[in-house]
Design a protein around this ligand. Structure first.
Ligand SMILES: [Zn+2]
Length: 235
């Protein structure tokens, strides 16, 4: 039997990586790392994102040691989620009008987290919604249990500094789920430090370059490489 280059390519594109289950030529394993995140993460993924191979949740969930993904749209009656909510001190990352803005200079929710109530004894959990803005809005509006959660959002300076070049996103709040999650975790856990810049430089430098996200920085760096890798398929 004689193989042509095209046959070879088709053959290779059908072999799946045993770890990430993607075709070998599109394997994402090199872009993952191992991070032992103290605040657990729960990703609520819209069904339309599941088959989205450019989605960043695969990278996120393979890199964080405490990360779970649930798929759905209306989570109001979702038994597994409701059990999780009953046993964790959950924060929803969602840029709602009443959301508390996580602070860049200190642990944004320190005062809330250290209050002496029963809930503060439970493990911390950060919930993120994975979908387009329209889909995330729909998930939030349909899910009364999510609306009841304490909501947090990123400061504007971080929220508008995404590196996500693959998919069309609005200019404002253009972060991928992965970036938003890393920034939020870094702020909640006091991992995010501003690099030593004077006040003017702070205002003028892109925040991606002027902050260090501590234990989450490696994943953000890998993500930048992942973006370049994805873009290489476009030519
Ligand atoms: Zn792989």
């Amino acid at each position: 039997m004689k193989f042509t280059l095209i046959d070879d390519f088709l053959f290779m594109s059908r072999i799946l990586c045993k770890q990430c289950q993607r075709p070998i030529i599109a394997c994402i394993c090199n872009f993952t790392c191992r991070i032992d995140n103290p605040t657990a993460v729960l990703v609520l993924q819209h069904p339309s994102e599941v088959k989205q191979t450019k989605g960043t949740v695969a990278l996120l969930s393979r890199s964080l040691s405490h990360c779970q993904v649930l798929v759905g749209e209306n989570f109001s009656q979702h038994d597994e989620l409701n059990t999780i909510l009953a046993n964790n001190q959950a924060l929803l990352l969602y840029p709602n009008a009443q959301a508390q803005v996580l602070s860049l200079t200190n642990n944004g929710l320190n005062s809330t987290h250290t209050s002496h109530n029963k809930q503060s004894q439970q493990p911390k959990l950060l919930i993120i919604l994975d979908g387009t803005w329209k889909k995330a809005y729909r998930m939030f509006m349909l899910s009364s249990n999510l609306q009841a959660l304490e909501q947090v959002c990123l400061p504007d300076t971080l929220a508008n500094k995404g590196q996500y070049l693959i998919r069309k996103v609005a200019k404002k709040n253009a972060l991928s789920s992965l970036e938003a999650c890393c920034f939020a975790l870094a702020l909640l856990e006091n991992e995010l430090v501003e690099k030593k810049l004077n006040e003017t430089e702070c205002r003028e430098t892109a925040l991606n370059q002027s902050v260090d996200c501590g234990i989450y920085q490696e994943l953000l760096t890998k993500f930048a490489q992942f973006n370049q890798f994805q873009l290489s398929f476009r030519t």
